[in-house]
Design a protein around this ligand. Structure first.
Ligand SMILES: C[S@@+](CC[C@H](N)C(=O)[O-])C[C@H]1O[C@@H](n2cnc3c(N)ncnc32)[C@H](O)[C@@H]1O
Length: 246
């Protein structure tokens, strides 16, 4: 996933834009594959931080596998959707409201690119216990499928699987006390229908910040390319795993 530079004037606006579409977000965003979550967690993990938890798409999965989940999310409208089974906290990646060495893993779904990486990584390292892990996930549209390629074109999507960087372009590097992250890709295909896909499109920061007239035209074009009825949405989940070292 492309990392926008923190000095990009649109960056601050985009990363705080999601609250107005929290309902669409909760309805439309895809889940994360269980195998990817299992791959990033250390053996015997019990307490896990879901950082930038949004409406809880990743939180739900962590709860399903029986983990004790702390979900940190700065936007109140998003936090309101988080599942009650998690401990829900206001906070940011750059100032985590957690004690030192208090979690076995920190996971981040579709949000690490919004962080001030050196500051956030220092915080992530602080709250991780030794041999704990950080897991970063991005769901990418599998645009090797022709209708997904057309959809990605309409969305001017950044999250195209064909844009995946090579392993040298890791999301972080050179952080003392953290191993270099390793990457794996996981294919999955959650079931959608047109209304859920339209909700997904409405929840994207690019769509939220568009003028209403352009948004309307784009949504109509999306409706035209989507298959009828229920269909699998082909995705590739890019996952990165790093280890907290002494
Ligand atoms: C695209 S959403 C992802 C939400 C959720 N993790 C998911 O997978 O559905 C991005 C989230 O990152 C949050 N966010 C943006 N910048 C952040 C920061 N610096 N610290 C913590 N959260 C941040 C936003 O409020 C938003 O809820």
């Amino acid at each position: 996933m492309t990392q926008p530079p923190p000095d990009d004037p649109g960056w601050g606006v985009r990363r705080t834009s999601f609250g107005s579409q929290a309902d669409a977000y909760a309805r439309g965003r895809p889940p994360y594959p269980l195998e990817a979550i299992e791959w990033v967690l250390p053996a015997g993990a019990r307490r896990v931080l879901d950082l930038a938890a949004g409406t809880g798409r990743l939180t739900e999965r962590l709860l399903e596998v029986g983990l004790d989940v702390v979900a940190v999310e700065p936007l109140a409208e998003m936090r309101a959707h988080l599942p009650a089974g998690a401990q829900r906290l206001d906070g940011t990646a750059e100032a985590l409201p957690l004690d030192d060495r208090s979690v076995d893993a920190v996971v981040v779904g579709q949000a690490f690119h919004w962080f001030d990486v050196p500051v956030a990584m220092a915080e992530i390292r602080r709250v991780l216990r030794l041999a704990g892990t950080v897991g970063l996930f991005w769901n990418m549209l599998d645009d090797s499928e022709p209708w997904i390629d057309r959809l990605a074109m309409i969305l001017v999507a950044e999250e195209r699987a064909s844009f995946l960087r090579n392993e040298q372009d890791a999301p972080y590097a050179g952080i003392d006390g953290m191993s270099a992250p390793e990457r794996r890709l996981f294919r999955h295909a959650p079931i959608y229908d047109v209304e859920r896909l339209v909700a997904f499109v409405h929840s994207r920061s690019q769509t939220i910040l568009m003028p209403e007239s352009e948004r309307h035209v784009m949504i109509e074009a999306v409706r035209d390319v989507v298959p009828a009825g229920e269909f699998p949405l082909p995705l590739i989940c890019e996952a990165w795993r790093g280890l907290r070292q002494a």
